[in-house]
Each structure stands twice: as structure tokens, then as C-alpha cells.
Design a protein around this ligand. Structure first.
Ligand SMILES: Cc1ncc(COP(=O)(O)O)c(C=O)c1O
Length: 398
């Protein structure tokens, strides 16, 4: 029997998780696969955050269901962080803590989308945006930023994509998969467009906020008139190496925060009590461990750029944040090693996995089928070895 709903049948599988599963299959066969496909810090959660969780367990006070939107002291700490670091004045009841930023984004789309509503997605985009929009009954409208503009969508492009059905726009900065960072003037131009349209909400995914090499993270919600029009998404996963703890959060206008709270109350209730205490420790401690990790990512960014530039046919931007490269690899399309012909980025990602034993993700999943994504959240040794293997393997394609 298979009575899976059409909604779920039609839903795209997460391409990054699918590629990671393929890489695991190879590893199980004893093949030494280097995985550059997952968006996961390779650092451990800093010790003081782990200790915060242990202390919470020992205190014996955190066994019951927490409030659906998160403990008040955590929401106060998030409100304080938003004010201090981002110039965003949310009150604690405008904060909703969820099981990762992924759930935060899912809540928002469930809260605002009616059947057939459109959401403008700045592309290349993080794989889950379109699936979560569709799951809510919406239509993702992809607007593509090209490599010549550092993969960034312009305000003019954005404006041209807005119709009477547009409910929202979503983008990430720093961006997964391109590493692009929107500057304040670029965000001002986008905000100007938003403010021309009465019922349009921005979903600003700032989960890579701390992994930013420009030293200047700008939040669109902090621009004049934008706080009431913006849901700011953030979380602990990337900047604090806490992917497994599953803590994400939003700051949003009250009506939206309330709606997200309502959905979450039916879906999952609050997220794990101990994870919330760990997040509180992280947000109220010195950010030095985060700064150290970012420093290391920057060093690897520079190394990987240098190494990728030595692979003929790879065109890259210079990522200013996050931990990904998104090379345009279209120069290889139509090439063959005599046995296998590579048609597109899907084929190339598979060719690299099968022949170089390096897992990367096809760019098609992120809205640009000319590219592949590779993560440099891996050790220097792994990065050197992986890129060297890729170079040797790709040289066989003529
Ligand atoms: C751009 C972006 N947003 C959100 C998330 C989800 O974060 P979380 O692990 O907190 O659900 C990710 C994770 O890869 C991401 O890359």
C-alpha cells in the first residue's frame, strides 16, 4: 500500500541530504569519500555552551514543556541580541524560538501564505525555501542573480517580479549557497521596493550572520519603516556550531509572531528545554569562540579560492560570508572521458563523487543549474586532498 498524499509526493527531497546519503553509501563500501556537501560546521559546540546544557540538566528544573515560543529569559536574551547587534527593536513576545531556523521559516510560510500566493525567492537560494513555500500552498517565484553581480539580485529585478499575488520575499545574507553578502545600500534599495507594496513581507534569513568576512552585517529590518515588514530569521546552528541542538528563532511583527506561535503549538510545541538553556548560554557569553571559528573559515575561504582557481573551467565569485563556494562549471557540460558524458551539473556532481570520491551538490537544487556547491567547513587537509582529486578527475573530461 502507498497512500502518500500528492502534497508530499510532489515535494522535492532535500538535495543536500540526498547527496550526503549517497556519500554515506560509498563510505559504507569502504571508499574514502570526502564530503563537501553538507552545510555543517566541522567544529564542536564550544565547551561553555555544552557546560550550560549540563548545568541545566543538573539543576533539575527543565523537565516540563517550555512555553511554546520559548523560555522568557531566552526570548529576552534574543531581543537584547537583536537590539545590540542588529539595531532591531523586538519585544520578547515578538520572538518565537523553534526547532531550528528551518522550522522558523516553515512557520512563517504557513502563517502568511494562502493557496496560490507568490513568494519572490532571491536565487541562488537555500534548497528548503521553495519546498516550504509549496508545502504551504504558495508559488515560489525565482529571481536569479548572476555570477557577474556576485549572484545578487538587484532591486530592479525584484520589483519586476512583484505581482498582485506577491505576499513575501525571502533571501539569505550571507547567502547559502553563494557566500554573497548584501551591503546596506543594496538592502536600502530593496527596502524601497518593499515599502511601495502594502502587504509584502520580507523574510530575512540571517543564520550566517556571524560568518561574515566584511565585518559589516546589515539587517534589512533595521532600515526605516522595515521592522513592521520583516521577519528576521536567525539561529544557533552555524555561528555557534550547534546544528544538532536545533535552535532557531525569529523576530517578527506581533501578528506574525502570534501566528507562528499558534502553528508551532499544534505542530511541535516548544523546542527542547535543554537546547534552549544551551542557546541562552551561547547568547549571553562572549562571542570569542564564534570569532575564532570565523577567522578559520576565512583562512579556508582564501585557500579554497586559490585552489579552485587552478581548476580549468571553474568560474567562482569571492564569497564574503557563510562557508560555501558555488563555482559555475558549465565549461564541462558536453565533455566526455570516453565512456561517460557530462550533460549538466547533476551529472558533474555525480561524476565527481564516482571518480574523485568527493561529494558536492548540484547547483540545480539551489536555482542555478550551471553551478555546483561545495562547503569548506572541512579540515585544510581534506580540502586540499578533495580539490586535488577533483582537478585530476576533471582533467579527464575533454
Ligand atoms: C540559509 C539557511 N537557512 C536556514 C538553515 C537551517 O538552519 P537550522 O539548522 O537552524 O534549521 C540553513 C541550514 O543549512 C541555511 O543554510
Amino acid at each position: 500500500m502507498n497512500i502518500v498524499s500528492d502534497r508530499i509526493k510532489n515535494m522535492a527531497e532535500s538535495a543536500t541530504l540526498a547527496m550526503a546519503a549517497k556519500a554515506r553509501e560509498y563510505k559504507a563500501k569502504g571508499i574514502n569519500v570526502i564530503s563537501l556537501s553538507l552545510g555543517e560546521p566541522d567544529f564542536k559546540t564550544p565547551q561553555h555552551i555544552q557546560d550550560g546544557a549540563k548545568k541545566a540538566i543538573d539543576e533539575g528544573k527543565y523537565f516540563a514543556y517550555p512555553p511554546v515560543n520559548g523560555y522568557l529569559d531566552l526570548r529576552e536574551a534574543i531581543a537584547e541580541k537583536f537590539k545590540k547587534e542588529n539595531g532591531l527593536n523586538y519585544t520578547p513576545d515578538q520572538i518565537v524560538v523553534s526547532n531550528g531556523a528551518k522550522q522558523s521559516i516553515a512557520n512563517i510560510f504557513q502563517a502568511i501564505i494562502n493557496e496560490g500566493d507568490e513568494v519572490v525567492v532571491f536565487s541562488p537560494f537555500w534548497v528548503s525555501y521553495s519546498a516550504l513555500i509549496e508545502l504551504a500552498g504558495g508559488v515560489p517565484v525565482l529571481v536569479k542573480g548572476g555570477i557577474e553581480n556576485d549572484f545578487k539580485v538587484t532591486a530592479e529585478q525584484f520589483e519586476a517580479a512583484i505581482t498582485s499575488k506577491t505576499k513575501a520575499m525571502i533571501f539569505s545574507s550571507p547567502c547559502n549557497p553563494t557566500g554573497s553578502v548584501f551591503t546596506k545600500p543594496e538592502l536600502e534599495a530593496i527596502a524601497k521596493v518593499v515599502l511601495k507594496h502594502e502587504n509584502l513581507v520580507v523574510v530575512s534569513d540571517e543564520i550566517y550572520e556571524h560568518i561574515n568576512y566584511t565585518g559589516a552585517h546589515a539587517s534589512i529590518g533595521a532600515l526605516p519603516g522595515m521592522l513592521e515588514r520583516t521577519a528576521t530569521v536567525n539561529g544557533m546552528a552555524k555561528g555557534f556550531a550547534m546544528t544538532g541542538w536545533r535552535v532557531g528563532y525569529i523576530g517578527a511583527p506581533t501578528w506574525l509572531a502570534k501566528a507562528c506561535n499558534k502553528i508551532q503549538g499544534q505542530f511541535t510545541s516548544a523546542n527542547c528545554s535543554i537546547a534552549q538553556r544551551a542557546a541562552l548560554t551561547a547568547l549571553t557569553s562572549d562571542l570569542e569562540p564564534t570569532r575564532q571559528m570565523t577567522k578559520e573559515y576565512l583562512r579556508r575561504r582564501n585557500l579554497v579560492k586559490e585552489l579552485l582557481d587552478q581548476i580549468p573551467g571553474f568560474k567562482t565569485n569571492m564569497p564574503q560570508g557563510a562557508f560555501y563556494f558555488f563555482p559555475d562549471v558549465s565549461a564541462y557540460f558536453g565533455k566526455s572521458d570516453g565512456t561517460t558524458t557530462v550533460k549538466d551539473a547533476d551529472d558533474l556532481a555525480m561524476y565527481i563523487l564516482e571518480n574523485a570520491h568527493v561529494s558536492v551538490v548540484t547547483g540545480g537544487a539551489f536555482g542555478d543549474p550551471d553551478c555546483i556547491r561545495l562547503s569548506y567547513a572541512a579540515s585544510e587537509e581534506e580540502l586540499r586532498e578533495a580539490i586535488s582529486r577533483m582537478k585530476t578527475t576533471l582533467a579527464k573530461l575533454q
